[in-house]
Design a protein around this ligand. Structure first.
Ligand SMILES: Nc1nc2c(c(=O)[nH]1)N(C=O)[C@@H](CNc1ccc(C(=O)N[C@@H](CCC(=O)O)C(=O)O)cc1)CN2
Ligand SMILES: Nc1nc2c(ncn2[C@@H]2O[C@H](COP(=O)(O)OP(=O)(O)OP(=O)(O)O)[C@@H](O)[C@H]2O)c(=O)[nH]1
Ligand SMILES: [Mg+2]
Length: 461
């Protein structure tokens, strides 16, 4: 155990709720609780067996005034979330009792926890590795069922186990090569080099398999950045509302209705979309709208997916053609909207200009074509890969970057081997790869990175 002080924080969300929890962790947790808790027949917190609950009251010990009626949950070290003594005070879920009880714990030996500090202690005390600890916040922030499944799999150590296997394999190769270094006969070195090359190729394949999940994994964790664009009045806001299944954005027949950017999360068959409705793109002299249009163009350049909406009932305008040209580098689904009206749009020209892209005919008004749109988005995100149930997905940009760097070191090791360099040099590259992979699980990562990761957690987690 590395921590000497005892931390305290409200573990439940702020505001009114049925129950609120103040959580204490550290060597003084039971002592702090003893000062404040009054159980039936004089029962004290330190009398409560681990993983059991006691009924009683929290009092202000200065006056013995009752603050609230509570349940007390005790979990003793090392069998607890943090591996320290943990005491939870379950009070009524209002801001006043929570605040008062938190203040009392702080006045009687605890200090306020930093964001993520409980989970950080679980990591520092070895109950979770860094990838598992990061999964805790992913569970809290999961936007869909599929995101949740992936994060739960990470918390259970699904990804960590794969990383550990890779690291163990590298270590075994290093040991093998070092044995060859100690017996520098020609043929032994050659054999070791051949075996190393085979081993490295296997590792590269395993890393590539993990990296192949990174795109889908990132989208499930962070959401697919999607932007709806098109000229004014084509039905962009109507489309957003249809995907959200609520009337979020204002829809009128007046072009230029949406002036600013509207951002919402939508669950499309398990895929979280962070979807942005924009001001219609057109040349404009209205300053407010002009800023809106410029921001739309900026957002479009950064988006994972552009939903381009065209109006089937009107011929292509110069603005439409301009927008089509702007999208050449982007992942786009073209939506020909208002197909319930007589078609006057040059469909052939659109398909020709957007070769290779999905072009779907829809009518937001009548609700046609929206199923196909949802399926097209899901297909694009999974790109033929299975949903993340059992297989470990890489979802975290930090993990993907470390994997890519480890891969590079292994590729270097392979090049060194085939160039006939002595095994000492191969070992250097292998060791670098081993360290990079250790950054994912936290064995070889600096304190600054660890601090940054936990600083993004919520208080009380
Ligand atoms: N009230 C409450 N609910 C909660 C949590 C919590 O801390 N408190 N959790 C967290 O925020 C999550 C559950 N996570 C937990 C993880 C480990 C242990 C624990 O006591 N682990 C012991 C196992 C003891 C045994 O074997 O019975 C251990 O790992 O040794 C408790 C909760 C979600 N729900
Ligand atoms: N006939 C028909 N009308 C539609 C359809 N979809 C939207 N509309 C109508 O088109 C008009 C404009 O819709 P909006 O959703 O406000 O269009 P927008 O692209 O957001 O417009 P701006 O915000 O001004 O850029 C409204 O009157 C909608 O009811 C459709 O599929 N068919
Ligand atoms: Mg609009």
């Amino acid at each position: 155990m590395y921590q000497e002080d005892t931390i305290s924080a409200v573990a439940t969300a702020v505001g009114e709720g049925g129950i609120g929890i103040i959580r204490l962790s550290g060597p003084q947790a039971l002592k702090v609780a003893d000062a404040l808790f009054r159980g039936v027949r004089g029962r004290r917190a330190s009398d409560v067996a681990s993983h059991t609950v006691a009924y009683g009251r929290i009092v202000d010990p200065a006056t013995e005034t009752v603050v609230d009626e509570v349940l007390l949950l005790v979990m003793r070290a090392p069998r607890s979330y943090t591996r320290e003594d943990v005491v939870e005070i379950h009070c009524h879920g209002g801001p006043a009792p929570l605040r008062k009880i938190l203040d009392l714990t702080l006045a009687h030996g605890a200090r306020l926890a930093e964001p993520g500090e409980f989970t950080k202690r679980a990591f520092l005390n070895g109950r979770l590795d860094l990838a598992q600890a990061e999964a805790v916040i992913d569970i809290i922030r999961a936007k869909t069922d599929a995101s949740l499944r992936m994060a739960v799999n990470h918390l259970a150590g699904g990804l960590s186990a794969q990383i550990r296997t890779l690291r163990d394999d590298i270590l075994a190769m290093i040991a093998h090569l070092e044995a060859a270094i100690d017996f520098p006969e020609e043929d032994i070195e050659e054999l070791a080099a051949e075996q190393a090359a085979a081993g490295i190729n296997g590792l590269l394949a395993a890393i590539d398999k993990l990296l192949a999940t990174a795109q889908t994994g990132r989208i499930l964790r962070e959401g697919l950045e999607t932007v709806i664009i098109g000229k004014p009045n084509v039905g962009k806001s109507s489309l957003l509302n249809a995907l959200l299944r609520e009337k979020r954005a204002i829809v009128t027949d007046i072009p230029g209705t949406t002036r600013d950017i509207i951002e919402e999360y939508v669950n499309i068959r398990g895929v979280p979309l962070k979807i942005v409705d924009t001001a219609g793109i057109r040349e404009t002299t209205d300053l407010v709208e002009k800023i809106g249009v410029e921001r739309a163009q900026e957002i479009m350049r950064r988006a994972d997916l552009v939903l381009l909406v065209l109006d089937a009932s009107a011929p292509l305008s110069a603005e439409d053609r301009q927008v089509l040209d702007m999208l050449q580098q982007q992942q786009v689904i073209v939506l020909i909207n208002k197909t319930d009206l007589p078609v006057r749009l040059e469909l052939d020209e659109v398909t020709a200009r957007m070769a290779g892209r999905r072009v779907l005919r829809i009518s937001v008004l009548e609700g046609t074509g929206l199923d196909e749109l949802e399926q097209a988005i899901v297909d694009m995100v999974y790109a033929g890969k299975a949903a993340p149930s059992d297989s470990a997905f890489v979802s975290n940009v930090r993990h993907a970057a470390a994997l890519r760097q480890a891969r590079q070191h292994l590729a270097d090791a392979l090049a060194t081997t085939s160039a006939g360099m002595p095994p000492d040099f191969v070992v250097i590259d292998l060791r670098a790869a081993w360290e990079k992979l250790g950054e994912i699980t936290g064995e070889t990562v600096g304190d600054d990175i660890i601090d940054q990761i936990f600083a993004r957690f919520c208080i009380g987690k």
